[in-house]
Structures are given as structure tokens and as C-alpha cells.
Design a binder for this molecule. Sequence first.
Ligand SMILES: Cc1cc2nc3c(=O)[nH]c(=O)nc-3n(C[C@H](O)[C@H](O)[C@H](O)COP(=O)(O)O)c2cc1C
Length: 186
Amino acid sequence: MAFTAFSNAGEIVEAIRTVRQARKYSGDPVSPEHLETLLQVARWTGSARNTQPWHFVVIDDPDTLRQISELRPPINWVADAPLAIALVMDGKSPDSEIYDEGRVAERLLIAARVLGLGGGVAWYGDEAQTAAGKRILGVPDELFNRGVVVIGHATSTKDTRPNANIGGRKPMSEVASHNRYGQSLS
Ligand SMILES: Cc1cc2nc3c(=O)[nH]c(=O)nc-3n(C[C@H](O)[C@H](O)[C@H](O)COP(=O)(O)O)c2cc1C
């Protein structure tokens, strides 16, 4: 079966290109239909050897979100989000699971964007903070969980944190080559 382009391919690609980290959300909840869609997208993500080495903890309890937000200041914005999904990995094949975790996180962010929602990644932090994050969610010691993907009705994608990252992206000439590393594209 040949793939055919989606009739709104340009729009979809633009949605993917403009996925940004959102750290401000309105108080509106994520609907059960949207949550179900997001979980289906996550479940259908490809993984190394199709091991599907994940479990998704859906967090909509405000107190749990607050506890996560208090793990370290750069993720304090998690407290005001309506929903987060913790990516809990099996911890059996760390090399491939790191990749699988990234794939599923990005798919969630893209799906959220396509649905008109926003999202963001929040890592718990260092070893002690990660252990504390796992305790908050009751994740068994042998499993790997270092953060959550936050989802909500985003009101801004501005990074207003005191040590905000520099926005934008490197120029194409710096990040892509033609045929050989470092050879100009044009
Ligand atoms: C692996 C990973 C971990 C991240 N952790 C955090 C975090 O803990 N707190 C936060 O505010 N943003 C976090 N981010 C978001 C990045 O800071 C953001 O994607 C980057 O600055 C680019 O911003 P933009 O996507 O809005 O253009 C994380 C992103 C990734 C990919």
C-alpha cells in the first residue's frame, strides 16, 4: 500500500514544526476524549524490538501535581497544569528505552498540539529528586521514571523562568550537511 499525503499535510507539518514547550495553562481540564486520544497515540508509539517498555501514569490530582512541581524550581509551573502523564519505563534496556521514552514524549506533545492543546516536558531533576518523584507516584524502585509530560490548554509558550533558555533555533547551515559531514547543503 502506497502512502498518500494527507489533504492538510501542510497544516500538520506546520503543527509539528511549531510544537513548543508550554509552561502556562488555563484552569480548564483536558477532556476525557482528548486524554483517551493522547493515550492511544502513546500506546501506538514504536519502540525497539516492539518491547513497548512503558507504563503511563495519568496524573490529574492537583495535590500530586503540586508535589511534583515542588521537586525543583524550574518545574514549579507543573502545579498550575490540569494534567501530566508520567512516562515509566521498564528499566531493562536503558540504551533503547532512552530513545523510546523520547519518541513517546514527542508524540504526546505533537498530538496535543494537533488537538489544540499545549504540553511540556518536566524532569524531576537529580538522583535524589528523581527518587522523590518516583515516591510521589508510587513507582517501584526497579522501574525508570524521570519526569512527566504536562498537557493542558496552553495560554503561553513564553519561558518566564528566571534562568530562561534562549529561544529560537540554530541556523540550518549549522545543523545539516549534504552527503558528507560539514559539507554545505547548497
Ligand atoms: C529532555 C527534556 C527535558 C526538559 N526538561 C524541562 C524541565 O524540566 N523544565 C522545563 O521548563 N522545560 C524542560 N524542557 C523544555 C526545554 O527547555 C524546551 O523544549 C527548549 O528550551 C526549547 O523550547 P521550545 O520547545 O519552547 O522552543 C525539557 C525538554 C526536553 C527535551
